[in-house]
Write a protein that binds this ligand. Structure first.
Ligand code: GLU
Length: 310
């Protein structure tokens, strides 16, 4: 299969789409992004890279950072994390507060905002926010093998200025004793991880460890195979908020979206894929990014539900 020709064709079809969804407008740094942008990058298990469109333009990865933050937190506290965060799909919006009351401050999963805020509390550990943010940045640079990756301070400030719901979620969990640190310190970490800027090419590289059972060819083992599989399982079941079921149905591979319009998708043993199209659908997931992944999965046959013998 000529993968380059295929993704160029997908880019062509996506650029012809008129309904591109709506870019996130809650902060100026996201509101000014042109919805016509589109990037698609794939790293295959043998290291081959292909890319099409604006695949080298850094974008705000937003909630995709929750995957890397979770990996880091599991490395620090292991399975104890699951006493403070659940592993079930929420069936609610990314920033919903309703379940937290009934479930006594324990968020449903690490990929909704409340769960990611608990994860940020773990990653803060005994550090100052600045150190925890630095650790996060170094980790993502290490995974992608790319020291040019940066945190967009303008985006981080926008998150801080408008993050009233996240502050509410954090305060609520602190009231239940599920945050160890002061709310503003934890949110400092969370807002900066959301502001990580990666291109599609860099993001596909950063996701390789999840395609390769937790091990990178040059850097060695990042996490155990069991942990990599479980993170993929959480991406499949919880990676798209209350549209996670639809994503699994249409695309059939684990994926994590962000309101910046990016999606990281992982085909275990085969491919790490990053797509960027800034317009969002009604669930806050990239509208055309999802469509591009659906086309890619259909054309390649990539699916975690495919019989191994075919
Ligand atoms: N920074 C966003 C928030 O916390 C992330 C949400 C997302 O990417 O889905 O509201």
């Amino acid at each position: 299969m000529d993968l380059q020709a295929l993704i160029d064709r997908i880019r062509g079809r996506i650029s012809a789409e008129e309904d591109r969804g709506d870019v996130a407008t809650y902060i100026p740094g996201l509101a000014r992004i042109d919805p016509a942008r589109f990037g698609l990058a794939i790293t295959l298990a043998d290291g081959t890279q292909v890319a099409s469109g604006d695949a080298d333009t850094p974008f705000s990865i937003q909630s995709i950072s929750k995957v890397f933050a979770l990996t880091l937190a599991l490395g620090k506290v292991g399975d104890q994390l699951w006493q403070r965060v659940g592993r079930e799909p929420s069936g609610s919006a990314f920033n919903s507060i309703v379940q937290l009351e009934a479930e006594k401050g324990i968020p449903r999963n690490p990929f909704i905002n409340a769960g990611a805020i608990v994860v940020a509390d773990v990653n803060l550990g005994n550090h100052q926010p600045r150190e925890a943010i630095g650790e996060m940045l170094r980790f993502v640079r290490f995974l992608a093998d790319d020291d040019s990756i940066f945190i967009d301070e303008d985006i981080a400030k926008g998150e801080q200025d408008t993050g009233f719901r996240n502050m509410a979620l954090a305060n609520y969990m602190r009231a239940f004793g599920n945050l160890r640190h002061a709310v503003d310190l934890v949110l400092g970490v969370y807002f900066h991880q959301c502001a990580l800027a990666l291109s599609a090419t860099q993001l596909a590289q950063a996701g390789r460890f999840l395609m390769l059972d937790g091990r990178l060819p040059e850097q060695g083992r990042v996490i155990s195979p069991a942990r990599a599989r479980r993170i993929n399982a959480l991406m499949l079941t919880c990676g798209h908020y209350d549209a996670s079921g639809d994503f699994a149905f249409r695309i059939g591979i684990p994926g994590k979206s962000g309101v910046g319009g990016g999606i990281l998708a992982v085909v275990p043993g085969r491919a790490s894929i990053a797509v960027w199209s800034p317009g969002l659908n009604e669930n806050g997931n990239s509208k055309l990014g999802t469509l591009a992944l659906q086309m890619l999965a259909e054309e390649t046959g990539w699916s975690i539900f495919r019989a191994a013998s075919t």
